[in-house]
Write a protein that binds this ligand. Structure first.
Ligand code: XLS
Ligand code: NI
Ligand code: NI
Length: 443
């Protein structure tokens, strides 16, 4: 990565390549834990995480909220021509990817270039930026972890996209997904994401839920068939979320999505992209969602962020909580890692974080949190009795009648006879506090 400034303009002036300096460093623009070459549990940190920058939060999200307009005024947003403006933004994006040293990025179609209401014109715009991105990828070595289409911001999608009661809207969603798939494939994108932000309802009073879900499944099959016909070999991910912006989103949580994929015969091509703050909105821990996906063999990728304990929104803050991420890394490590995906920072700096350096601090902190948690989780798995404590709780199923039960060799009558003969079972502690202390010992 010799040439850091790839365009003809430098957007993040005064900030160079972010390097690993080790835990003793007091340089806020250095990694203290994320050493991409360090090998943990047989893989480098770079391979474990496959960190990605989210185009939307980092280069489009302008700090606006429901109570006020933009606070982040971007120097790449000045030109009047949409394609020229988009190229400036892409220059800034690749400058950032290169300086932060992440191997991947992710985008929605409309993050890359503004869309009009003209399908053919939008295709041309995205193609122009796809060509530009190809050159930037080749020059920087940065790759596309996944692409997606934004089927939730435009007014036409207010009643849903693939689940819209109006077929004309569904057709527009199809046009957008086709173009986004073409771009993803042309850029060697490794995966393609569907987050159904408006695929749900605001009230059941006006909604035919069964028909809408059937339309969603049909739509996903069409997208998958088209991408495969164009040579796409990657994985499709569904990103669950329970609500926001809809009152109820059909892809509520991991378990709901898995049962949907099974019902509509999509398990062969689709896996899950889990997001921390979506899990907590669904009333689950992130660890719960990870475990559900791992147990089904469907942990594809993750969107990293965190919510806020005091409110119930998708606040998309950068992750900093070592305990939470260590518990997550335990599940990811034991589950064998991500299948095709990586860790996309679907997180945004705060409205009042207005220095260009803030975007760097945020990503550095996120990467260091994961790196430190990976080291802790690996140590817990290798040098503590964490796994044994859990396994021992089930020891009674390893032999004798317990084993016969697991093998399906007992009847309900047998259970009754065993209970009557063996009397009241001994009381056994779950030892939660002991295990919690054990985790803290390694952080
Ligand atoms: C919104 C989602 C979104 C997806 C991509 O809550 O997290 O950003 O990741 O469409
Ligand atoms: Ni989200
Ligand atoms: Ni997300």
């Amino acid at each position: 990565m010799a040439n850091i400034v790839l365009g003809n303009k430098e957007f993040f002036k005064g900030i160079g390549q972010i390097k690993y300096e080790g835990p003793q460093s007091d340089n806020p623009l250095a990694y203290r834990w994320y050493d991409e070459h360090r090998v943990i549990a047989g893989k480098t940190m770079k391979e474990h995480f496959r960190f990605a920058v989210a185009y939307w939060h980092s280069f489009c999200g302008n700090g606006g909220d429901p109570f006020g307009g933009p606070t982040h005024i971007f120097p790449w947003d000045e030109k009047s021509d949409a394609v020229e403006r988009a190229k400036d933004k892409m220059d800034a994006a690749f400058e950032f990817f290169t300086k932060i040293g992440f191997p991947y990025y992710c985008f929605h179609d409309v993050d890359v270039v503004d869309y009009s209401n003209d399908v053919a014109d939008n295709e041309k715009r995205l193609q122009a930026l796809t060509e530009y991105a190809k050159q930037k990828q080749a020059a920087s070595g940065v790759k596309l972890l996944w692409g997606t289409a934004n089927l939730f911001s435009h007014r036409r999608y207010m009643n849903g996209a693939a689940t819209n009661p109006d077929f004309a809207v569904l057709a527009h969603a199809g046009a957008q997904v086709k173009a986004a798939l073409d771009a993803t494939i042309a850029l060697g994108g490794e995966n393609y994401v569907f987050w159904g932000g408006r695929e749900g309802y605001m009230t059941l009073l006006n909604t035919n839920m069964k028909r809408e879900q059937e339309h969603l499944a049909r739509f996903l099959h069409m997208a998958k068939d088209y991408a495969r016909s164009q040579g796409f070999k990657g994985t499709f991910f569904i990103e669950p979320k329970p609500c926001e912006p809809t009152k109820h989103q059909y892809d509520y949580d991991a378990a709901t999505v898995i049962s949907f994929l099974r019902q509509y015969d999509l398990l062969g091509d689709f896996k899950l992209n889990l997001e921390v703050n979506h899990a907590t909105l669904a009333g689950h821990t992130f660890q719960h969602e990870l475990q559900v996906a791992v147990d089904a063999g469907l942990l594809g990728s993750m969107d990293a962020n965190r919510g806020d304990y005091q409110n119930g929104w998708d606040t998309d803050q950068f992750p900093t909580n070592l305990n939470e991420i260590t518990e997550a890394m335990l599940i990811i490590l034991e589950g064998g890692g991500f299948q095709g995906g990586g860790i996309n920072f679907d997180a945004k700096i705060r409205r009042n974080s207005t220095d260009p350096a803030d975007l760097f601090y945020a990503h550095i902190g996120g990467a260091d949190t994961f790196a430190r948690s990976l080291i802790a989780a690996d140590n817990i798995l290798q040098h503590s009795d964490y796994k044994k404590l859990r396994a021992d709780r089930y020891a009674s199923y390893n032999s004798g009648k317990g084993q016969e039960f697991e093998a399906g060799k007992l009847s309900l009558q047998d259970l009754r006879n065993i209970a009557a003969a063996s009397g009241e079972p001994a009381v056994t502690s779950g030892r939660q506090e002991y295990i919690e202390n054990l985790i803290n010992r390694f952080i």
